[in-house]
Write a protein that binds this ligand. Structure first.
Ligand SMILES: O=C(O)CCC(=O)C(=O)O
Ligand SMILES: [Fe+2]
Length: 353
């Protein structure tokens, strides 16, 4: 599937920009961040015909990717109604009796799909388990329900709760999934431009959206909090980038270079986007896969929905020539995106096997 949202036809201005010397690391600032930047996606959401605006957007995104690894996205194109439906479906799902949810436990799945119970996952190996419940899905055709025949290491169907119990659940969740995938597809060309690559660079590497979506529920943690049992322990994400919807409850925190946790304060109408390990690998760490965690000390329930979007599972994560040099040799062994995601998921769920 071709990337949507912005065109990839070359103009003379674009060709010139590709030939600029690539000194991406020079965009790194000396001091660390104290805030997460807000980026306006209007020029992509409106059809993306203005290259000057796309270039300016890519420059802002480059700055955020090199120096923070996180940004808020405003003026995205996902209708509020699609989000609200998915959030309501999320709340209905987590309200089901534990035995219904356990019947589709993620440990029964060969491809990491289904329900994760409280403490079922441990994102930070130094911790004792994450205090959230989750529900994971991957790509599935909206109407026919077909999954893909061959997703390499990640091949397999989604699992769903009983449609008699939650008749609208699958439709609402998948509608949001496909909207978020479309938004993600519109971001790949901007990331490419931010790396001074042709805007269509990721098109042939993202033909079958390798996107995992999670519904997450964080119960409140009251009283003294054991640092080793938090909502989600300190970790980096595994794919190229994550598009996170979060409700109004503050819990997400992002680690800056001074080791200080910066709150990713909820901003209504925005998504939080953060980079993951695949982009760190493509760029030999020029793009930051920033450590983050979530602790819900608010006293009320919190819900969030991340969508993790990587390159196709059979694509090799090779460093871009512009991001390596004699002084900066490749830092990572080359593996496929699917092997990488699978190995990280195996480690995350190993403790509750
Ligand atoms: O719920 C959140 O705010 C963050 C979730 C997260 O970091 C993840 O699932 O990887
Ligand atoms: Fe994360």
């Amino acid at each position: 599937m071709a990337a949507t949202g912005i065109g990839s036809t070359s103009t003379s201005t674009e060709s010139l920009s590709y030939q600029r010397p690539l000194l991406l690391a020079d965009f790194r600032t000396e001091s660390t961040f104290e805030q997460i930047p807000i980026i306006d996606l209007e020029c992509v959401s409106n059809g993306g015909n203005d290259f000057t605006a796309r270039r300016a957007l890519a420059d802002n995104i480059r700055d955020a990717c090199i120096n923070v690894g996180f940004f808020y996205l405003k003026n995205h194109s996902i209708p509020q109604e699609v989000i609200t439906d998915a959030v309501n479906a999320t709340k209905d799902f987590f309200s089901l009796p534990l035995e219904s949810k356990k019947s589709i436990d993620i440990h029964k799945s060969s491809n990491f799909k289904g329900y994760t119970a409280l403490l079922g996952e441990n994102t930070n190996p130094e911790n004792r388990g994450d205090l959230h419940e989750g529900f994971d899905i991957g790509w599935e055709e909206l109407h026919s329900g077909a999954s893909r025949e061959d997703d390499g290491a990640m091949t397999g169907d989604n699992v769903w709760p009983d449609s008699k119990t939650l008749p609208d659940f699958r439709g609402k969740v998948l509608r949001y999934y496909h909207a978020a995938v479309k938004l993600g597809q519109s971001l790949f060309p901007v990331f490419a431009l931010a790396l001074d690559l042709p805007e269509d660079f990721f098109d042939d590497k993202t033909t079958k959206p390798a996107a995992i979506m999670r519904l997450l529920y964080y119960p409140p943690q009251t009283g003294p909090v054991d640092d080793r049992v938090v909502g989600i322990g300190a970790h980096t994400d595994y794919e190229c980038f994550t598009i996170l919807w979060q409700d109004e409850v503050q819990a997400l925190q992002v680690l800056n270079n001074d080791g200080k946790w910066i709150d990713a304060v909820p901003i209504p109408g925005t998504f939080v986007v953060n980079l993951g390990d695949q982009f760190a690998r493509w760029t030999n760490d020029i793009f930051k896969s920033t450590v983050h965690r979530a602790i819900n000390r608010s006293g009320i329930e919190r819900f969030s929905i991340p969508l993790f979007f990587g390159t196709d599972y059979d694509v090799k994560l090779e460093p871009l020539p512009s991001c390596i040099s004699e002084d900066d040799p490749p830092k990572y062994e080359v593996v496929t995106a699917g092997e990488y995601v699978k190995s990280r998921l195996e480690a995350t769920y190993a403790h509750s096997k």
